[in-house]
Structures are given as C-alpha cells and as structure tokens.
Design a protein around this ligand. Structure first.
Ligand SMILES: [Fe+2]
Ligand SMILES: [Fe+2]
Length: 233
C-alpha cells in the first residue's frame, strides 16, 4: 500500500512498469528515488495524499490488465475465428505496445552506457530494429491478408496454404533474431553497473520475447495445424 512516507524507489523495485508512470509524471525515480511521496509532493506543490492515491491507482490499473492472455487449453478448444481474435488482442496488440515502449528506452541506454557496454548494446539495438520491422510487417500481413483469407476459405485452398507457409517462414526469421538477442545478452542478464532504466528495458525485452514465443506456438502448432486438418492435409 502506497502512503506518503513510501519512497519512490521502493515503488519501482516492486513494480518496474511504474517507471513509465513516473516518467510521465516527471518524477525522478532514478537519482531522487530515495525521496518519499510526501517530499516529492512538497517539491511539486501538490497534496501528498492525492499523489499517494494516484500512484496506488496506477499500480492497480497496470496490474488489472497484465495477465489476460487466453491460456493454451482454451485456445486449443476455440474455433478459427476466436483464435484469430485472441491472437490479435492478446499478442499483436501487446507486442506492438512493447515494441513501441522498448524502442526509445533502448536508444537511451545505448547512449548512457555506451562507454562500458557499447559493443553489446549496439548489436542489441540493431537486432531489435530488425525484429521490430519483421514483427510489425508480419502482423499486418496476418491481419490484412492471411487471416481474412482463412476465414473466407473454411476449407483450405492451395493459395491459402501457401500464404500460411509464408507466415511460418516469417516466424522462423523472427525466431532467429530472438535467438541472437538471447545469446548476446545471456537471456537478458544485465551487468552489475546497470541502472534501473537498463534493467527495465531488459525486463521488457524478456517479456516481449516470451510473448512472441507463446504467440508463434499458438499459430504454428495449434491454429495452422487445425486449419490444415480441415482440408484433410
Ligand atoms: Fe500473429
Ligand atoms: Fe505470426
């Protein structure tokens, strides 16, 4: 529970995603993390209790929509239309948001930590740019071309199967980029001297990668398989 005596750094330690809230509110969680809600409120000339409530509310609203992905069992038992809806809402949207969030953070830590970690961060920055391009273009292909074709052609035609295979190739390409990222960072392990933004960026990258893994699994191993079976293939 957040009170007026709560230190800002303690909020961030328990919930890294609050970094975005503090950035938006122009509250310095990095160098002034030791300050309490009361001290920050005094500095900003606002009511300390109101600020504490606002912080508490931000934690709650963030938690409320965090783990709402349809689980694998429910997904397996859905029809193609429900699967497509779930993939777009649970994964495309989530991953687009994460890509958007990670992009400036990665750029920031690249500048700040260039002296000591420039080599790794340059490579990571470049791999991330490749992954972002790959995924964003892949999502739009699915949403605008292949998924509608799958819905229109309940029994799969050669043309649609070919489109599905193209998506599977894209998945392999995205998977290869992710594998390089994992190898480079030793599964998003941060160095000893990493600041909170560094740790937060790596946590978000890990979250993105895990989501992409589940997403690809649901498409390749469940939905595409089910779709092919409809054609007796
Ligand atoms: Fe997808
Ligand atoms: Fe896909």
């Amino acid at each position: 529970m957040i009170g007026i005596k709560t230190k800002i750094e303690d909020v961030v330690k328990t919930d890294n995603s609050m970094i975005d809230f503090f950035n938006k509110e122009k509250i310095d969680f990095c160098c002034n993390g030791h300050m309490t809600v009361e001290e920050i409120a005094k500095e900003k000339n606002i009511d300390a209790n109101d600020l504490a409530k606002k912080i508490q509310g931000a934690i709650k609203s963030d938690n409320s929509n965090r783990e709402d992905i349809m689980n694998i069992d429910d997904f397996k038992n859905s029809d193609i239309k429900e699967m497509i809806d779930s993939l777009i809402i649970d994964h495309h949207k989530r991953e687009r948001d994460l890509l958007f969030e990670i992009d400036p953070l990665l750029n920031k830590i690249l500048s700040v930590h260039f002296a000591r970690h420039g080599e790794e961060l340059m490579k990571l920055h470049s791999l991330f740019a490749d992954l972002k391009k790959e995924l964003e273009e892949h999502f739009v292909k699915e949403e605008e071309i292949t998924f509608p074709l799958m819905l229109e052609n309940e029994s799969p035609s050669q043309e649609v199967i070919k489109k599905v295979e193209e998506l599977e190739t894209d998945h392999e390409e995205a998977g290869d980029i992710i594998k390089e990222m994992i190898e480079l960072t030793d599964w998003f392990e941060t160095p000893e001297d990493a600041c909170r933004t560094y740790v937060h960026t790596f946590n978000l990258l890990e979250k993105l990668v895990k989501d992409v893994f589940i997403h690809i699994f649901k498409e390749n191993s469940i939905m595409f398989e089910k779709y092919r079976e409809k054609g007796g293939k």
